[in-house]
Design a binder for this molecule. Structure first.
Ligand SMILES: Cc1cc2nc3c(=O)[nH]c(=O)nc-3n(C[C@H](O)[C@H](O)[C@H](O)COP(=O)(O)OP(=O)(O)OC[C@H]3O[C@@H](n4cnc5c(N)ncnc54)[C@H](O)[C@@H]3O)c2cc1C
Length: 507
């Protein structure tokens, strides 16, 4: 508690009170840099609450890693691929995304379909049941000696999960322990399961109830969605991911772009402005506080509050500038380790694989995920065809070896892609190679180019370390997105955007 209080004190600047909405085109109440889902969430909530918002994005569409791109195959017909996200958590009754859509009054404007999971790890297959009540039976059938332990583990994890989200209506869509000392003091007695486990390693929770390493490995599978180092995760990191079992994962009909487009539309419908194809080169700090932003072509937009979405270290060190940060904060920023990057293979197939929408594989030394969203949304590909992705995480160190200018870069990408295709054929999809009519490979430099993240990291920062809080030490500057304390994944960045909007409008 002392640590949390000290952290808060470092960022204890008062939120500026807004002047009346200015009619000057370049004066805004809040400017958001980056239209990732963190920035879009903050922007949509603020616009809906009557704040004059400008959102600036360098790409030609909103969404960051939650967007889509299309390609026409040589044989004709258009494929829509997701830049990243294909499986959304946080849509249960108390889920942060559900809460956001309700707060914005747009729940009916997006259609979600259930994403089913299948695991194939070194030959061991597991079909995740739709109904969480069937999880014990399904896992117990594979590990009969551990049936009682599985039941106890899932029972306890469900209780942690319920505790974490119990107060979401009262905390304005942010499933977190309260920030006040009084709130913190009663929280342990009202949320005993979360209090007991939250800070403890997830491996410790598994070891408490279970024995077989293959079983523990199965129950760690979804950690792939936030890290390449599941051994470093706490129960607080993993519990939200168990939402994929307790409430189910979902995919928006039309592709991940649908959510980004919807949030962007909400901003504009409420008088806000979304400026695409505009890179911000500086966040302006004047007289010790944020004053606005300057675009790459030198256009200045002014506002007393700036919300920075995107690679958090780059935003602070390159856009704000190190001179505006204290030595202690800078030291912590510089010490931050990055999360993983990835190889992402996007394939247009001439058939729809008879597989669920999400498959997690370990085969021939490769750990990777297969996205098969066409099985639940046929509009992503021409009739009878499918848009399929293969995603293999790379550690930050491994990612550093990928350099676009290296002579063998293209060949290395193709070789890696061939290995992934071969492992997919050997594990779950024989004959895959013959079905490919379009193929594209993204590597760490592609991710750097696409989302301006250092070393092409796709999940922000590594989990087991200090992360910048949403309220930065620079007065008027808020930070949202995967690199902040809420972490990666759409549900988490929605939480960061919601928390930022709540901070602004609480003033
Ligand atoms: C391959 C892949 C698969 C994934 N799968 C899932 C999944 O299934 N489920 C899930 O929940 N999560 C998934 N994730 C993680 C999830 O996509 C991210 O955690 C989340 O989208 C990050 O959102 P963000 O708000 O941090 O912004 P980002 O998506 O990082 O977007 C930041 C935006 O800011 C813009 N920007 C940056 N700098 C500037 C600047 N100077 N000026 C203007 N604009 C700027 C960028 O162009 C970008 O659009 C996946 C990620 C990847 C890459």
């Amino acid at each position: 508690m002392r640590r949390r209080a000290a952290d808060r004190d470092a960022c204890a600047w008062p939120m500026p009170s807004f002047e009346a909405r200015s009619s000057e085109a370049d004066r805004h109440q809040v400017i958001i840099v980056g239209a990732g889902i963190g920035g879009l969430t903050a922007g949509a909530l603020l616009a809906k609450r009557g704040v004059k918002v400008l959102l600036v994005e360098s790409h030609n569409r909103p969404g960051g890693y939650c967007s889509c791109w299309t390609r026409t195959s040589a044989r004709g017909g258009s494929f829509r691929f997701d830049a990243g996200v294909q499986d959304f958590s946080g849509l249960g009754e108390r889920g942060p995304i559900r809460h956001l859509l309700r707060a914005l009054d747009v729940e009916q404007r997006i259609e979600w379909r259930r994403v089913r999971h299948f695991y194939k790890k070194d030959g061991l297959g597991f079909q995740v049941p739709d109904d969480p009540a069937e999880m014990v039976e399904a896992l117990g059938a594979l590990f009969p000696a551990e049936r009682a332990g599985i039941a106890s583990f899932l029972h306890e994890m469900a209780a942690v999960y319920r505790d974490l989200y119990a107060d979401i209506e009262m905390t304005g869509g942010v499933p977190m322990p309260p920030a006040t000392l009084e709130g913190m003091l009663i929280w342990p007695s009202t949320h005993p399961h979360a209090w007991r486990w939250m800070k403890r390693p997830f491996t410790e929770m598994l070891d408490t109830f279970l024995v077989d390493p293959r079983l523990k490995d199965l129950l760690t599978t979804v950690a792939d969605y936030i890290t390449d180092r599941p051994d470093t995760l706490s129960v607080a990191d993993m519990a939200p991911l168990f939402g994929y079992y307790f409430d189910g994962g979902a995919y928006p009909v039309g592709g991940s772009q649908r959510l980004a487009d919807l949030l962007s539309a909400v901003i504009e419908e409420h008088g806000g402005q979304v400026l695409l194809r505009t890179r911000i080169k500086r966040i302006l700090v004047e007289n010790g506080r944020v004053a606005g932003v300057e675009s790459a072509i030198g256009k200045v937009h002014r506002a007393p509050i700036v919300v920075a979405n995107g690679d958090v270290v780059s935003m602070l060190t390159d856009l704000v500038g190190e001179t505006h940060l204290t030595a202690r904060y800078l030291e912590k920023l510089r010490a931050m380790r990055r999360g993983p990057s990835a190889i992402l293979l996007s394939l247009g197939l001439d058939r729809v694989p008879d597989l669920p929408a999400r498959i997690f594989v370990r085969q021939d030394g490769l750990v990777f995920g297969i996205g098969n969203p066409s099985v639940i949304d046929p509009t992503l590909a021409p009739p009878g065809c499918a848009a399929v992705t293969l995603l293999c995480l790379l550690s930050d160190e491994a990612a550093s070896a990928w350099r676009r200018k290296d002579a063998g870069y293209r060949d290395d990408k193709d070789r890696f892609a061939d290995r992934l295709i071969a492992a997919t054929e050997a594990s779950v999809l024989p004959g895959l190679k013959r079905s490919i009519i379009h193929r594209e490979v993204a590597s760490p430099p592609t991710f750097t180019l696409f989302a301006k993240t250092r070393n092409g990291n796709i999940y922000g920062a590594a989990r087991d370390q200090w992360h910048p809080r949403i309220k930065s030490p620079v007065p008027g500057l808020l930070l949202v997105g995967a690199g902040t304390s809420t972490g990666p994944g759409i549900e988490a960045v929605v939480v960061s955007g919601t928390a930022a909007a709540n901070l602004v409008t609480a003033s």
